[in-house]
Design a protein around this ligand. Sequence first.
Ligand SMILES: C[S@@+](CC[C@H](N)C(=O)[O-])C[C@H]1O[C@@H](n2cnc3c(N)ncnc32)[C@H](O)[C@@H]1O
Length: 278
Amino acid sequence: MAGQMPYLEFLGRLHEALRPATYLEVGVRAGDSLALSRSKSIGIDPDFAIKCPITCDVALFKTTSDEYFSRPDPLAPFHGAPADLAFIDGMHLFEFALRDFINVERCSSPSSVVVFDDIFPRKVDEAARDRHTRVWTGDVYKIVEVLRQYRPDLTLLLVDTGPTGLLLVTGLDPDNTVLTDHYDEIVEKYVVDDPQDVPPAILNREGALAPEKLLRSPVWGSLRRSRRPWVSRERARVEMTEALERPTIYRARRRELRRTATRTVKQGLRQVKALRSR
Ligand SMILES: C[S@@+](CC[C@H](N)C(=O)[O-])C[C@H]1O[C@@H](n2cnc3c(N)ncnc32)[C@H](O)[C@@H]1O
């Protein structure tokens, strides 16, 4: 199997590391990925047939993602709270994945993580828009190039999972309209007939991160802390970038912050004790 870790194992460990309060999934099928959630969840799929035990508090919607997101309040099951973690694994055609991302980002916050499945087809046949293989990625892989080009503000993490890779997107901006504004031009350029011209960089998984190493990154703690309402978008971005790019320095700074906080609390307690004993 291609990939250093099965995607479901990676997703399960991502849930543990990120501890999202809310989880949104597009494409549920039998519930294998939804079963990993311990958070308040939304599942959207026009044709799901759950076969796994689901232990989270979930609102399931038997409908397409386009229909679901056209509703006046798609975050109603979360009482308006954003989705801390989302998994886009519905219709494996580029324009559907793009629309899912546009809609999911509107339901996100700067500390959310959006995961795409199937960004690394192993051969051109798997990437066909007209499905004719058992494992089918379709042309979802094009989302990587489009996000790099139109949304350089986002952080993209390509992950070497099996069978067909994951893309994690962070640094989200629910108010950004660039993709909506350029939707027609993007679809015009990227939706083309089979066979798809899959770039060698995609087939060779260039730039894909080792899943084990990524899961051990301090970035998940930084994103958890950035959910606090007083943390600004800019602060969240600075913390996330340092945690990802300079993990040793980030960890040392966090340790120093904890030491200072402990010293301050102890000092305060000593002062209270001294006042009381007067
Ligand atoms: C690959 S399966 C999902 C697998 C699941 N996420 C897992 O990992 O166990 C894709 C699912 O997307 C659903 N789907 C297809 N078109 C969709 C759409 N327009 N909106 C939402 N879901 C869709 C299909 O019914 C199918 O169950």
